[in-house]
Design a protein around this ligand. Structure first.
Ligand code: 87F
Length: 732
């Protein structure tokens, strides 16, 4: 991190504003002039150009006040709208049209650059509500987030994106009124993320068993008429049509996630936490096999210690969350909440590593970390607090440390492939993408077929002797001399659960790999009201016997014997929750001594003899695990292509491919690919750069498994001689 960036974190913001205001000609800028004229107080910040909200957050995220997303939308028939909303709002045109109450026929589009400059006289990337000042003809309707009005301070670009003004929302309203605009308020609470609970048709997927009353329509009518509150929302959007919304539906309807009042923070409900426990159980045992011990270090980092290692913090500073007060009193020194624990642990490493006999020192901790992200948050994939394990080891030789890096990376591959059934590619990060505090970053990269994006699954770093030197970790080696240890650090987070959900889920909801499913089998007795008490009891004990047998074989099984839900409702419920196998037991099964097994992954139904249930279930669970992996790998492999020339690169990206190219592996060329791929993909259209997903390609890794690279092979972008094959993609 540069000194200036460190300073901007700790400098009192009033001082910063004063310092900056002095260097800006307020009078030159019409919007600032207007604010002065109105006599409202404001602060002005200067920063490099920030054309996107992410960039703005990078430079200003630590200051008071909220950031906004601003867009100019247009419907040729209805008119033009300047939308100013809180930074984490969904801003797809459908949602906005709904909030503006434009009716189903509206056709909102992002206004082009020409319209923008014509009407508001600002460049793209510099738009804010302050731009209505230039709309003297009142051609634009200003629409503002209702919730914004509850915020004390808002940060906005004053017609240029290398400046930001902080003003009160009251002052902002005064400003827009003075500019002749009465803003329309957008109430996002009226468009919930998940639809409100309400009656939805329950599909009775009962088999037409005459004894069970197979008339579907009657069954549905009964379910909703006689048992209010028994309705179940179905996933009403397909994975293919709207992946983001589909994901939101799946994680909420499956009872994995609930939302919280702080943006970017989520509740991991038992169904999700149990999956994390499965991952923990397996990985924890394997880590211990490598000789690593668990420990726990404090959540807090003193400011001076966090900032001691500048390279390490470089670029991360805006994401650090600080505690500055206890009650009403300021703390003597601000305290950071751990975003990672290098700076917390290594002062102790210095204390504990004195002799070569103290090595290797291999510690792991299971904990939470906080990184105050400003990109759109996504449950599991990008949240402001997440769970992980972080391992930190110190060794006498580079070779030993590198072995640890690779052993752990291999465990991470197994977590993804053998537990979560998601194939990954192992490799090394390029100079541009590696962790700057270390020497080598290795990674496992997954691919999400539904979105065409890649995800960094987990990383394992060789830190070299950088931290050792920085934290003065020194020991006496065998020869009696002084030596600095070789260190590693590595982490796997709850992001892995999000990757698994995205990889396997379908239009009915979650699909869980049996190895991590909290329940692997659900047994559902088909009890109808018409059944005699005696038959009911017999059926009940039959279902219980099957359940007990499965439990005895260590299968995670649940008997859903609730009598206030219909079988059809239960089928839907457990399908949404992704349980790998369902066993239906009805009166006919009792008579015949059978059970009907239904697979979640394929929908396949088979009638089993009761004696064969345990054996078959064990076998089929393995088959489902293998099938999910194979399906996911086939989908990925279909999209894994080689490209030799630039002209084929962006078209392949557009086809949602992950791309292997011969590459010169120079940072300038990597930047060039990022820039050009974004530009060509957007072809003049605006990227909704405020969202977390970018149109640009980036390097995912230099795969360990390198295809042949005959001497003389040219780099696909620079035309120079290629040095390796590199994997590229759009990523989360
Ligand atoms: C955010 C804020 C402050 C990532 C951050 O990958 C610091 C950091 O150091 C930061 N985000 N990192 C890199 C973490 C490196 C390393 N730490 C141990 C890992 C795995 C676990």
């Amino acid at each position: 991190m540069t000194d200036a960036a460190v300073a901007s974190l700790s400098l009192d913001d009033k001082e910063l504003a004063k310092e900056i205001e002095a260097s800006v000609e307020v009078g030159e800028n019409a919007s600032l002039g207007k604010l002065k004229e109105l006599g409202v107080s404001f602060k002005l910040y200067s920063h490099p150009e920030t054309a996107t909200i992410d960039k703005q957050a990078e430079h200003l995220g630590h200051l008071p006040g909220v950031l906004t997303k601003n867009l100019l939308l247009r419907d040729k028939k209805i008119g033009t709208f300047l939308i100013t909303v809180l930074h984490d709002r969904p801003t797809d045109t459908k949602t906005i049209a709904k909030l503006l109450k434009l009716g189903g026929k509206a056709n909102l589009r992002f206004a082009d650059e020409e319209t923008l400059e014509g009407l508001l006289k600002v460049k793209r990337g510099a738009v804010s509500a302050l731009a209505v000042l230039n709309d003297t003809g009142n051609a634009v309707t200003l629409a503002m987030d209702k919730a914004l009005m509850e915020q004390p301070i808002v940060n906005l670009h004053p017609l240029r994106n290398d400046r930001t003004v902080a003003i009160s929302t009251a002052a902002l309203l005064q400003f827009v009124h003075a500019a002749g605009h009465e803003p329309t308020m957008l109430d996002f609470d009226s468009v919930p993320v998940a639809p409100p609970p309400g009656p939805a048709p329950v599909k009775e997927k009962n088999r037409s068993d005459s004894k069970n009353g197979g008339d579907k329509s009657t069954a549905v009518a009964k379910a909703s008429a006689s048992t209010p509150g028994q309705t179940l929302l179905g996933i009403d959007v397909s994975k293919k049509d709207n992946f983001a919304l589909w994901y939101t539906r799946v994680i909420t309807y499956s009872e994995m996630i609930d939302y919280y009042d702080i943006s970017g923070c989520y509740i991991l409900r038992p169904w999700a936490y149990s999956i994390w426990e499965s991952i923990q159980r397996w990985l924890d045992a394997e880590i211990k096999e490598l000789g690593v011990e668990n420990s726990y270090f404090p959540l807090f980092v003193p400011k001076s210690v966090l900032e001691r290692e500048k390279d390490h913090i470089e670029g991360f500073a805006p994401e650090v969350a600080w505690v500055t007060k206890s009650g009403d009193s300021d703390l003597a020194e601000p305290i950071a909440i751990r975003p990672t624990s290098e700076t917390i642990m290594y002062p102790l490493f210095k204390k504990w590593i004195r002799s070569h006999r103290d090595l290797p020192l291999s510690l792991n901790q299971w904990s939470n970390v906080v990184r105050w992200e400003f990109k759109d948050p996504t449950p599991f994939l990008r949240s402001r607090e997440f769970l992980w394990q972080e391992g930190h080891t110190a060794h006498a030789t580079f070779e030993e440390s590198q072995k640890m890096v690779m052993d752990v990376l291999n465990l991470y591959k197994k977590v993804y492939e053998e537990l979560l059934a998601v194939p990954v590619i192992q490799g090394r990060k390029t100079e541009m993408e590696r962790f700057p505090g270390g020497d080598i970053t290795t990674t496992v990269e997954a691919y999400i077929h539904g979105s065409g994006r890649s995800v960094q699954g987990a990383t394992s770093h060789n830190l070299g002797q950088n931290f050792g030197k920085m934290f003065e970790i020194q020991y006496e080696d065998k020869a009696g001399g002084h030596a600095v240890p070789w260190q590693t650090s590595w982490g796997l987070t709850t992001r892995s659960i999000g990757v698994m959900i995205m990889a396997h889920g379908d239009d009915k909801g979650l699909v869980l790999p049996p190895r991590v499913a909290p329940k692997q089998v659900v047994v559902i007795p088909i009890v109808k009201a018409s059944l005699s008490a005696e038959n009911k009891a017999a059926l009940q004990s039959y279902a219980e016997r099957i359940t007990t047998d499965l439990k005895a074989a260590k299968i995670r099984v649940h008997l859903d014997h609730r009598d206030n839900y219909t079988p059809g409702w239960k089928y839907n419920h457990w399908e949404q929750k992704g349980v790998p196998l369902r066993l239906e037991v009805g009166p006919m099964d009792l008579d015949k001594g059978t059970a009907r097994m239904v697979r979640r992954d394929s929908g396949l139904k088979v009638d089993l003899a009761a004696e064969a249930v345990v054996h078959t279930v064990l076998h089929v669970l393995e088959e489902i695990q293998a099938n999910l992996f194979a399906k996911c790998k086939a989908e990925r492999d279909k999209k894994l292509v080689k490209v030799w020339e630039w002209r084929d690169f962006v078209p392949a990206l557009e086809e949602k491919c992950v791309i292997l190219t011969p590459f010169v592996n120079e940072t300038e060329w990597e930047e060039e690919v990022k820039r050009r791929s974004r530009e060509e993909a957007l072809a003049g259209e605006s990227e909704d750069a405020r969202t977390a997903t970018s149109a640009a390609a980036k390097t995912l890794c230099i795969p360990f498994d390198q295809p042949d690279l005959p001497p003389g092979t040219k780099c696909f972008v620079s035309g120079k001689e290629a040095t390796c094959w590199v994997l590229w993609g759009r990523s989360y």
